[in-house]
Design a protein around this ligand. Structure first.
Ligand code: ZN
Length: 207
């Protein structure tokens, strides 16, 4: 089974790269404001882990909403960074590339807190997997960290603390704004990790 990871370069997908070591990682510039920084962050982790990295560019900015598109949030938005149908768009684009590489399992970096929007729930991932696996190529979709918090995922992944610094989590810009949901989550996660940092985690590496 050949596995690809949809790698945004944020903390969650970066940790999954360290944890699951997929053969392939796919990063998508879909017109989101922090795309350049995400591509750099994703490239750095792939280099560190010797993962084959592919970047896809499809500009969907005009169809976006909220923080990541620099637009007014759609009235249906459950959170300021919600982008309509984003996760099925990204999974589809990643699968379109992945199938050409012989991949039959696609990993998403969803974590428990993403359940605040429907496309971050276990039911959504299951439905997506059913949809893709019934089509030619029979690709399955999995979110191995969907029941974990970002802190729990970080610990399980064995990612070295220094590598986390590469993560780009800001939703609004290529240079962290320090004041969006993505930046707040990043800062909060580092603080929680620092609070109970122990030797085993500090030296933790999956190597
Ligand atoms: Zn930010």
């Amino acid at each position: 089974m050949k596995t690809a990871l949809l790698l945004s370069g944020g903390m969650d997908s970066l940790c999954i790269a360290w944890w699951k070591r997929p053969e392939v990682a796919i990063t998508i510039d879909y017109g989101q404001l922090p795309a350049s920084a995400e591509v750099v962050a994703a490239g750095a982790v792939c280099k560190a882990l010797d993962i084959e990295h592919h970047v896809i560019r499809v500009d969907c900015r005009a169809l976006g909403s909220g923080d990541m598109a620099g637009a007014v949030a759609n009235p249906n938005a459950p959170a300021s960074d919600w982008w309509p149908y984003r996760n099925q768009l990204l999974a589809t684009l990643a699968a379109m590339k992945a199938i050409s590489l012989g991949v039959n399992r696609l990993l998403l970096g969803t974590v428990r807190s993403d359940g605040s929007h429907k496309d971050g729930t276990p039911e959504f991932v299951e439905a997506l997997s059913t949809l893709l696996s019934m089509q030619e190529g029979a690709m399955s979709v999995e979110s191995p960290a969907i029941h974990l918090s970002t802190v729990e995922l970080t610990r399980i992944s064995g990612v070295p603390f220094g590598q986390l610094a590469w993560a780009h989590s800001c939703h609004k810009a290529n240079v962290a704004c320090g004041d969006c949901r993505g930046c707040n989550k990043y800062i909060q996660t580092l603080q929680e990790l620092e609070d109970d940092l122990d030797g085993s985690w500090q030296s933790g590496s999956a190597n």
